[in-house]
Write a protein that binds this ligand. Sequence first.
Ligand SMILES: [Zn+2]
Length: 88
Amino acid sequence: MNQSPLLPPSSPGWTPLARGEHDSDAINRCPGGHIHLDYGNFTVRFQRDEFLAFARMVAMAAARLTGDVRPGPTVPLQFKPSTTISLN
Ligand SMILES: [Zn+2]
């Protein structure tokens, strides 16, 4: 398999969670437990709960764009400033 050097899922301790439509797009859990969202030329590192809140927000936006809005959990969305964003 031809993997981008940005994508470490075959490294020990890394867990691949999802891959995007482009080779550089992926979501992996690192050995330290962070969720790494690699998208294009940037990476966002989340704590687990921060990532889950972010994922709910993205899912809601996608549902509204497609008109597929369904009743969902009423968990408040949180995007904490401790999240790290970096350019690759
Ligand atoms: Zn990490």
